[in-house]
Design a protein around this ligand. Sequence first.
Ligand SMILES: [Fe+2]
Length: 197
Amino acid sequence: MAQFEEKKFNIGELKGISPKNIEEHLKLYSGYVKNANMIGQKLYELYEEDAEKNAYMMSELTRRFSFEYNGMRNHEIYFDSLSHGSSPLTEGELKKVIEGSYGSIETFLTIFKMTAMIRGIGWAILWYDKKNNSLLNSWVDEQHLGQLQGCTPLLALDMWEHSYVADYQPSGKKQYIEDFFANLNWNKVEENFKNAK
Ligand SMILES: [Fe+2]
């Protein structure tokens, strides 16, 4: 299986989210990359050794793979969108498609922030549905349960407690969501949209 490379990010000073929290969070990201690679390697070894005898172990590792892989990719979208400083949403195509899908930017923000407030560990994700030329948002439990098939993630907000509790305490979840948008580099989201089309 091809190996995945750990990405580097250029994250400057952020509103509300401390450098220490980002540093610790990046270590978790690194763990997802390592584990995604490790599963690929282990599956290969088990197959080579004796696929029939190792079938149960292989099936459990295969089941685990989507957790590690999506954990890696979700974090890349998140950290990328916090890199190179914040920038506003421009008067471009993404803005039009948000307005077309949600009615207005304000409605989109309200709905997305409500999604992020869903109880539990997971992600609020904004998707581009190419088949319908529209946007959707969903809640993804853990890293891998609730992805929308065939849609491309444009924006991913980590709502695992490790992403905010050290700076905000559990009761500061709402403020963390607000600060995420204050820190967001919309250029990156627009770039994701351009690549998804
Ligand atoms: Fe995370």
